[in-house]
Design a binder for this molecule. Structure first.
Ligand code: COS
Length: 390
């Protein structure tokens, strides 16, 4: 066990820190205020090699290990969770799924453009009536002579309005339940694909969020990713990586809260002394540091397991659950340290709170993660109430 980063990992983290402070930080507040998805920034992330970093070099990625990828995501998350969402969705959910489950032709067609940021992707799993219960999706895929017709609707899809390709999960045979699900690579300019922007979000305001409608979308047979019944496994294995990325981004939020709070507490004076002199302010800072460090260790553990190729669903749930809740707590405490100044966007902390809040909801609510952890510990599945189906 080694808690030190290697020289290479330190370099990855430091150069990501530099890039985020220099290129992302100056844009964050205006993008957030305008609720604007920054396409130019997404391209810059691609140029830096931050989209698809763990993808093999032969497909346009950097062949980076998961620990290294997590270090980049932490830095992006520290500065801008909306930009972090682009990195997470594109890398973990979209590129990761295509690389793991795609045919050679699918990989060559999509990965280089996605890794470079020339194209964007989205992960269309959730539906208006099915979120946590991902196995019960209603979107239907029916065979045709030349391929498939997909009809249904998707909800809360990050980058759904700006994506060039959507990973669409659909049911091919309702009787088979989760074993009938399939995943399709749908170019978003296909007839019948349309999307609408979701407005009025509490946070992640410069992240694009869509409701997607699929109205008899026709795709060829080679749009199928993996086998016909592989959809649920593709979704769950993608989420193992997506959740890791969300957790790493939340470590960044915790770290941002610590640094903003320490700086503010040393500068702001009350009763003639910096507020950092007050024990109750130091208590808030100490709490944030403990949560950040614990979250970071859990993320690193999950990353190390991924790098060893070991199934890590439970450890990823632990990291995701803890880091996302820690980010909300840290942001709340950081606002407390900042007092009234923390309530407006002159400082990043109110945005940290707004942006962190969704992370305990998406890619598995905190409650779903506790149930995954509890099921592993007890061997009893408490996901579905015993009255279900009666
Ligand atoms: N990787 C590969 N396969 C996996 C897997 C993973 N991480 N997790 C589950 N599977 C497989 C299982 O091996 C099992 O395969 P078989 O059918 O061959 O036996 C199958 O999938 C069903 O597994 P399981 O019984 O564990 O699934 P559940 O129905 O219990 O899963 C939960 C229920 C709630 C855990 C799941 O639906 C879930 O994570 N929901 C939240 C979804 C979510 O995060 N939505 C937000 C999306 S925002 S992008």
């Amino acid at each position: 066990m080694d808690f030190q980063l290697t020289d290479e990992q330190r370099l990855i983290s430091e150069s990501a820190r530099e890039f985020c402070d220099k290129e992302i930080a100056p844009r964050v507040r205006e993008n957030d205020r305008a609720g604007r998805f920054d396409r130019e920034l997404a391209s810059m992330l691609g140029e830096m090699g931050y989209l698809g970093a763990p993808v093999a070099e032969e497909y346009g990625g950097r062949s980076l290990d998961y620990l290294g990828y997590g270090l980049i995501v932490e830095q992006v998350g520290r500065v801008d969770s909306s930009a972090r969402t682009v990195v997470s969705v594109q890398t973990s959910l979209v590129c990761g799924s295509i690389e793991r489950w795609g045919t050679e032709e699918q990989k060559r067609r999509w990965l280089p453009r996605l890794c470079s940021g020339e194209a964007l992707g989205c992960f269309a799993l959730t539906e208006p009536d099915f979120g946590s219960d991902a196995a019960s999706l209603r979107t239907r895929a029916e065979r045709t002579d030349s391929g498939w017709t997909i009809t249904g609707g998707k909800m809360w899809i990050s980058m759904g309005n700006v994506a060039d390709v959507a990973l669409v999960f659909a049911q091919t045979d309702p009787e088979k339940k989760h074993r009938g699900l399939a995943c399709f690579l749908v170019p978003t300019d296909t007839d019948g694909y349309s999307s609408q922007e979701i407005h009025g979000k509490l946070g992640l305001r410069s992240s694009d969020t869509a409701e997607i409608s699929l109205d008899e979308v026709e795709v060829a047979g080679d749009a199928l990713l993996g086998g016909i019944g592989d959809g649920f496994k593709i979704a769950m294995s993608a989420l193992d990586n997506g959740r890791y990325s969300v957790a790493a981004g939340c470590v960044g939020i915790c770290d941002g809260c610590v640094h903003a709070s320490v700086a503010y507490a040393k500068e702001r004076k009350q009763f003639g002394v910096p507020i950092a002199s007050f024990q109750l302010v130091q208590e808030l800072i100490a709490e944030m540091i403990v949560k950040r460090d614990a979250a970071r260790m859990l993320v690193w553990r999950a990353g190390a397991l991924k790098d060893r190729g070991v199934r890590n669903t439970v450890e990823t749930s632990i990291a995701k659950y803890y880091a996302t809740e820690a980010a909300v707590d840290c942001a709340n405490m950081a606002i407390q340290v900042h007092g009234g100044s923390g309530y407006v966007d002159d400082y990043p902390v109110e945005r940290y709170l707004r942006d962190a809040r969704v992370t305990t909801l998406y890619e598995g609510t905190s409650q779903i993660h506790k149930l995954i952890i509890g099921r592993d510990a007890t061997g009893i599945n408490a996901m579905v109430p015993s009255t279900a189906g009666e």
